[in-house]
Design a protein around this ligand. Structure first.
Ligand code: ASP
Ligand code: MG
Length: 406
């Protein structure tokens, strides 16, 4: 007998047929003699619709009330799932975040989990019940409902698994695992059997939507092995686990791309102390997250400063930069939305050299110009023109020997 946590995402519970299909899977796991805790997302599209509805009332709806509103999506699916399982003759009960004892801080719409009580959950399991928990939500010390940020039910699942010391944490989604590249643009991409937390963290921060980044941080901190797999078939997915010696042998384990960035350059900025802060502080004060920053050297006492932001923040960041440019007497601000970030990731980079050189040479061979470069210990990213995205991903996938061999 094992204690299994299963999380099903929005597409897996998108309508009643799919809820029935998932109920069948849960029942099967239970019938095999396991204890089962299920974490659910809202039906796909529901959270978006709730947000849009509130935004019809006012541009910036009150965040506390947005938590109350958004939490209803998950409240609906857990109730429907418990009703379905009960109608099939199973002992099942739904629990909302506060009923489980998921205590968070009070940061509305992006709360962090502080503690999970789980007494009630454990008592229900001891009574042989299947427990269906609403993902994405918790409650703060005052008793107010909070939510954990978009995609937060992954984090609910990993946190609950850690709290009850589950034997497995299975994340069921609409893809069947983590791939060496996006299979939609790289036909030779293959599913990874295993990937380590550090690599998964890089992938999540580069925009891979498979797991919420906080859930990976949680899994790493509490050493929860996470199994990412599809709810539409029976195949094994990808295990996200601690790094082992074999993983270092693979230099690059995946190639990712992100078309959601834009570039802003301030030209001929006076090169003096405090200038980067002068340019970037107003951007961060506006709540805009900057990704890559590069300062060039020019001859004389002028410099150029370039940075990237997400496409959704581009217009606001341009406006702020134009204002700053006037104040500091920079010559000009230029922006570019047609860029993409291509990255290669692998823990093997820690012990192998020449990865960057190989990446640059591969792009050069395809005549792709590199606009910006940034690196971490286990990742190298290049910004290129967006139209070359597919070509770059495929060329790098081949160059780093990731192609499927069939
Ligand atoms: N329903 C929430 C969202 O759409 C949480 C989740 O699905 O993980 O972001
Ligand atoms: Mg998700």
């Amino acid at each position: 007998m094992a204690l299994i946590v299963q999380k099903y995402g929005g597409t897996s519970v998108g309508d009643l047929d799919r809820i029935r299909n998932v109920a069948g899977r849960i029942a099967k796991t239970y019938d095999q003699g396991n204890q089962v805790v299920v974490i659910l997302s809202a039906m796909s599209g529901v959270t978006d619709t709730l947000i849009k509805t509130a935004e019809k009332i006012t541009e910036f709806p009150d965040k506390r009330e947005m938590d109350v509103l958004m939490a209803t999506g998950e409240q609906t699916t857990v109730a429907l799932m418990a009703i379905t399982l009960k109608s099939m003759g199973y002992e099942a009960q739904s629990l909302l975040g506060y009923q489980v004892g998921i205590l968070t801080d009070s940061q509305s719409c992006s709360a962090r989990i502080l503690d999970i009580g789980a007494d009630r959950l454990k008592a229900l399991l001891a009574d042989n019940s299947i427990v269906i928990v609403a993902g994405f939500q918790g409650c703060d010390a005052k008793g107010d409902i909070t939510t954990l940020g978009r995609g937060g039910s992954d984090t609910s699942a990993v946190a609950v698994a850690a709290a009850i010391n589950a034997d497995a944490c299975e994340i069921y989604t609409d893809v069947d695992g983590v791939y060496t590249a996006d299979p939609n643009i790289c036909k030779r991409a293959k599913k990874l059997d295993r990937i380590c937390y550090d690599e998964m963290l890089e992938m999540a921060s580069l925009g891979a939507k498979v797991l919420q980044i906080r859930s990976v941080e949680f899994a790493m901190k509490y050493n929860v092995p996470v199994h990412v797999r599809s709810s539409f078939n029976e195949e094994e997915g990808t295990m996200v686990v601690n790094e082992d010696a074999n993983m270092e042998k693979v230099v690059v384990s995946s190639v990712t791309h992100n078309k959601n960035e834009a570039r802003i350059t301030l030209l001929k900025v006076p090169d003096e102390p405090g200038i980067a802060s002068r340019i970037l502080s107003p951007i961060s004060d506006a709540g805009i997250i900057v990704d890559i920053i590069i300062q060039n050297t020019r001859s004389g006492n002028m410099t150029d400063l370039t940075f990237t932001v997400s496409k959704t923040d581009y217009k606001a960041a341009m406006k702020i930069s134009e204002q700053t440019a006037k104040e500091i007497r920079a010559e000009q601000v230029v922006g570019d939305e047609n860029i993409a970030k291509i990255s290669v990731i692998g823990v093997g980079m820690r012990s192998h050299s020449g990865v960057a050189a190989k990446m640059f040479a591969t792009l050069a061979k395809e005549n792709i110009n590199i606009l910006l470069i940034s690196t971490s210990e286990i990742r190298i990213s290049c910004i290129i023109e967006e139209k070359y995205t597919e070509l770059a991903v495929r060329a790098l996938h081949t160059a780093f020997e990731l192609d499927k061999t069939e």
